[in-house]
Design a protein around this ligand. Structure first.
Ligand SMILES: [Mn+2]
Length: 226
């Protein structure tokens, strides 16, 4: 999943729908927070579940940058600082605690597994059209890239890349997960795909979707009426 943006209820409905259980692993490609009203509730669920692995999106990064800036000003007034941080989140900011801040701060910018890589916005390609390994990519590219989402940007080889950040309606006029298949492949295993664009514009009223790595099928729940 990606870009849940504070929609705790939709996330729970989607997990119910796919019968998410203890033996599954959920990967979340960032932007869990902001825009929706239940950012902190959602974070507290995702960051405490043993089988959920999250990475930073630009929205979590923006919050952390604010936190780090505040720490420079008043590094010892922790009660005052927490009060201030709670105002960052609309809706349920009052639920924010230090444990959640610490867990957010510990999140990685990417996850690399044997068959796939999770980033928030994208990865650069080198001159040969191959993916630059996430460890060698600049942080702000991973968080804010606007090139990787383009349908014509397809890495030559390498692992499948999961990403979000920009709603897919910007490239296909529809709120669907876009899985880009390698030529001549059947599409029933994750190695058959170059990249999977996960952001279905949930905060704009689109559905919330997820992509099952084992079946290579997408599942959705309808978005909030806005
Ligand atoms: Mn984003």
């Amino acid at each position: 999943m990606s870009d849940i943006h504070g929609e705790y209820g939709l996330c729970m409905r989607l997990l119910d729908k796919i019968k998410f259980c203890d033996s599954d692993t959920l990967y979340v490609c960032g932007d869990m927070v902001d825009k929706g009203d239940e950012s902190v509730h959602l974070l507290q669920f995702l960051l405490n579940a043993p089988n959920v692995r999250c990475i930073l999106g630009n929205h979590e990064y923006g919050f952390l940058a604010y936190y780090w800036a505040m720490m420079k000003h008043s590094p010892s007034d922790f009660d005052g600082l927490l009060k201030d941080l709670r105002r960052w989140f609309q809706g349920d900011g009052r639920l924010l605690d230090w444990d959640t801040v610490d867990k957010l701060e510990a999140l990685p910018l990417y996850i690399e597994e044997e068959q796939f890589i999770c980033v928030h916005a994208g990865l650069p390609l080198d001159d040969d059209g191959r993916i630059v390994p996430p460890a060698a990519a600049r942080d702000m590219i991973i968080l804010e890239d606007r090139n990787f989402m383009r349908p014509e940007v397809v890495p030559k080889d390498g692992k499948c890349v999961f990403f979000g950040h920009t709603p897919t309606r910007n490239v296909c006029d529809e709120d669907v997960i876009l899985a880009y298949k390698r030529p001549g492949r059947r599409g029933d295993c994750i190695a058959d795909y170059y990249k999977v664009h996960l952001d279905t514009g949930t905060w704009l009223g689109g559905p919330l979707g997820c992509f099952c790595i084992e079946t290579c099928r997408a599942h959705y729940v309808k978005g909030r009426i806005i």
